[in-house]
Design a protein around this ligand. Structure first.
Ligand SMILES: [Fe+2]
Length: 290
């Protein structure tokens, strides 16, 4: 009888936890380790599998290796938004020298040679990345059109936008993949560095509804990304800012908002929309979302 009573007390004590459904994945927004622009997100599914988005600059390779080692040194899927150095720098180094880290699959939307050559200052990093990718032997999913939906344990993702070969203004950023990630508790839309044209293409396309979300990664590190109309048309509750201090403050050495960046304009739009929840990587450090 005493044993049954103890069991009953134990079950009742655990009940609140049992009633709260476990989420399908945990997300970490990884802040820049060298206070530069960069995009780095790591996910762990409810069954422990790891997904990475971008990964930041070359100088953050060691940090990222350590982070992923702590999660088991195996990445089920690595999603690349676009081949700018602040998104693929660390991944390129890992592809060249994987050490103990195993990557099972890489998702990206490959630029044509013609598109690659549209940005002279960026093409060196991009060519280096593609060379390392081709030599890696890792399974690659190259998306030529949006719509692909995948599920890894409790984590779902859907590609809403891919490379836009026809857009030659701000060409690399405007060929960022736009990706929706969700589980049973939350949804997040990642805009990469999408510019006005890239954002508007998704906004005016068949995946418009998929842009509404709980958390929105503000495009291009918080400035000169998607249009005011884009942000004011879609619905979201909170912002993820992959943004270093000098971009957040628009301060290139002469004080707050004295630089030539447009972060304060984006911040004003968010205030006008009424967004109260902001996760700014340079202010908050590592942000974990369950
Ligand atoms: Fe970027």
């Amino acid at each position: 009888m005493k044993k049954i009573s103890l069991l009953l007390v134990f079950v009742l004590a655990c009940l609140p936890n049992l009633l709260v459904a476990q989420s399908g994945f945990t997300l970490w927004q990884v802040p820049s380790q060298v206070n530069t622009i960069g995009n780095s997100y790591v996910f762990q599914t409810d069954k422990g599998r790891v997904v990475v988005m971008d990964g930041g600059v070359k100088e953050e390779t060691l940090f990222l290796r350590g982070f992923l080692a702590a999660l088991g040194n195996e990445v089920e899927a690595w999603i690349v938004s676009h081949p700018h150095g602040d998104h693929i720098g660390a991944l390129t180094q890992i592809l060249k020298e994987p050490k103990e880290l195993k990557i099972n699959k890489i998702y990206h939307s490959r630029f044509s040679e013609d598109l690659l050559r549209c940005e002279e200052t960026s093409d060196k990093d991009a060519f280096e990345f593609y060379e390392a990718l081709d030599a890696s032997g890792i399974e690659v999913v190259n998306l030529t059109e949006p719509g692909l939906t995948e599920k890894i344990d409790g984590l779902n993702f859907k590609m809403l936008g891919v490379t836009n070969e026809e857009i030659r203004t701000n060409p690399y950023n405007n060929s960022s993949m736009v990706i929706r990630v969700w589980d049973n508790k939350k949804s997040i839309v990642f805009l990469g560095d999408a510019g006005i044209e890239c954002g508007d293409k998704v906004l005016n396309g068949p995946y418009r509804k998929d842009l509404d979300c709980d958390y929105l990664q503000v495009s291009h590190h918080g400035q000169r990304g998607c249009s005011e109309r884009f942000y004011k048309t879609i619905k979201f509750k909170a912002c993820l800012w992959p943004t270093p201090t000098w971009v957040w403050n628009n301060d290139q050495g002469k004080g707050t908002n004295t630089g030539n960046l447009e972060t304060f304009e984006t911040r004003r739009w968010m205030d006008e929309i009424g967004i109260k929840e902001h996760h700014v990587s340079c202010l908050e450090g590592l942000f974990k979302l369950d």
